[in-house]
Design a binder for this molecule. Structure first.
Ligand code: PLP
Length: 444
């Protein structure tokens, strides 16, 4: 099944290499030795071009809250497409989706749409700068917030560059990142109240905001401690810097997102993924006072914000259909399935008798390929053979008919059933056993 050097996916990869750098348009979906090309998807399953069926626990990196080709979303797109897909005018549907979303969280008085989570994070940072008149931001070491260069600083940074834990370095993610960008991003250690508060206080006078993801995948889905959240709120109150939540993934955790569950109301929230029903989307939501930076006052807004496809009706009607079916009951049912899934994955680790642990909450899970205690980003960083195990687990899971992600992270959709969770657990046991045969656990 995977890898299959003779299959159509392998041949398409070779063809893609001729016209697409590295064969794709998206570093996050890269697979070696060849990509898997998908023919179609329905519910919790996809079929590849070689006819293999895969259980999909990736759901386009968490964006498909109802799985593939959800009937309500398909119907909404089919109804809208013949009427036009994008206009240089406003449409009523935009107001309807905005109304649905602002009714869900205390932190959302107003909302502004864009086309991706990266854009949402970028616009939230720019809004914080425009509101405070300050240029710098702070973020947690390791955290992923999309591809805006300020948000990328210290993403996935490793031991060779991360520096002293008392004062983590601002590490460039892409070659050629300007020093000015690194200089304007202050990096704090997740869940380390004392060190983070000290660093933030030193920069209190120059920070526009603190960017924070309550369920950071790159920080191993470790839950933020109440003390760390209190510290962030305290810092906001003492400094005037805004609290910016990145809920591009986290919004799926509760009816009102993660903020509703942890009881912290940020000034700004970056949204994306599920609110577009599977189509490209992003949004910034926030308090009326802060969101006012987008309003034209006199000749120009403090933060002018265009975008040819912002709030295009195809995305908006798909998002509206998805959100209509994302009821409080649907959220609770999915999150209960999430707990059962994490338990099944833990049981798989016990049955295969390999080191490992599973973190996550709501509908998200992350498989850690070691048994070390993990409290901080640096603890979660794979060391030595662990990095090989992470890659091998992804490959072996695909070979056993399941797709999560290249780093042991996955999610459920409302289309996931108990039997699919059982199959995920069985595939995990088979994958771990194959990895043991491959010698990946010999050093333990
Ligand atoms: C937490 C978080 N923020 C931002 C983004 C960027 O979103 P997009 O890929 O839509 O640009 C992602 C994408 O995975 C994400 O996980």
């Amino acid at each position: 099944m995977f890898p299959n050097p003779e299959g159509r996916s392998a041949k398409l990869t070779q063809r893609a290499m001729q016209v697409l750098p590295d064969g794709n348009s998206r570093s996050t979906i890269r697979l070696s030795p060849h990509a898997v090309y998908v023919k179609d998807g329905k519910g919790a399953r996809v079929t590849d071009v070689d006819g293999n069926e895969l259980l999909d626990f990736n759901n386009n990196f968490t964006s498909l809250i109802h799985g593939h080709a959800h009937p309500g979303v398909v119907a909404a797109i089919q109804e809208q497409a013949p009427k036009g897909t994008a206009f240089g005018f406003a449409t009523e549907a935009e107001i309807e989706l905005a109304e649905m979303l602002v009714s869900r969280a205390d932190g959302f008085d107003m909302i502004r749409f864009c086309n991706s989570g990266s854009e949402a994070v970028m616009n939230a940072i720019k809004a914080a700068r425009a509101y405070t008149g300050k240029g710098r931001i702070a973020k947690c070491e390791g955290a992923y917030h999309g591809s805006y260069d300020f948000a990328e600083v210290s993403l996935g940074s490793g031991p060779e560059a991360w520096g002293d834990e008392n004062r983590p370095n601002s590490v460039a993610y892409s070659h050629g990142t300007p020093n000015g960008v690194l200089n304007d991003v202050i990096v704090i250690p997740f869940n380390d109240v004392e060190r983070s508060e000290k660093i933030l206080n030193e920069h209190a006078h120059e920070l526009a905001g603190v960017l924070f993801d309550p369920v950071s995948t790159q920080i191993g889905l470790l839950p933020p401690s109440p003390e760390f959240l209190d510290m962030l709120v305290r810092f906001r109150e003492n400094s005037g810097a805004l609290l910016i939540f990145d809920e591009v993934i986290a919004f799926r955790q509760g009816y009102g997102g993660s903020q509703g569950l942890i009881g912290v109301t940020p000034d700004l929230t970056a949204l994306g993924k599920i609110i577009g029903g599977g189509l490209p989307v992003g949004a910034v939501a926030g308090s009326r006072e802060v969101m006012d930076v987008f309003r034209v006052d006199g000749k120009k807004a403090r933060l002018p914000h265009g975008g040819t496809f912002n709030a295009n009706p195809l995305t908006i009607v798909a998002g509206r259909a998805a959100m209509q079916d994302w009821t409080p009951e649907a959220v609770d049912a999915l999150n209960a399935k999430g707990e059962a899934c994490r338990e099944a994955l833990r049981e798989a680790i016990r049955i295969a008798n390999v080191p490992g642990q599973v973190t996550g909450s709501g509908s998200l899970f992350k498989i850690h390929i070691h048994g070390r205690e993990i409290h901080t980003y640096r603890d979660t960083y794979p060391i030595g053979l662990e990095a090989d195990r992470v890659v091998a687990l992804n490959h072996r899971l695909i070979g056993n008919g399941v797709f999560c992600s290249s780093y042991g992270f996955g999610c459920l959709s409302t289309a996931s059933t108990d039997s699919e969770i059982d199959q995920l657990a069985e595939a995990s046991v088979a994958a771990y056993r194959q990895m043991r045969e491959d010698g990946l656990y010999d050093a333990d």
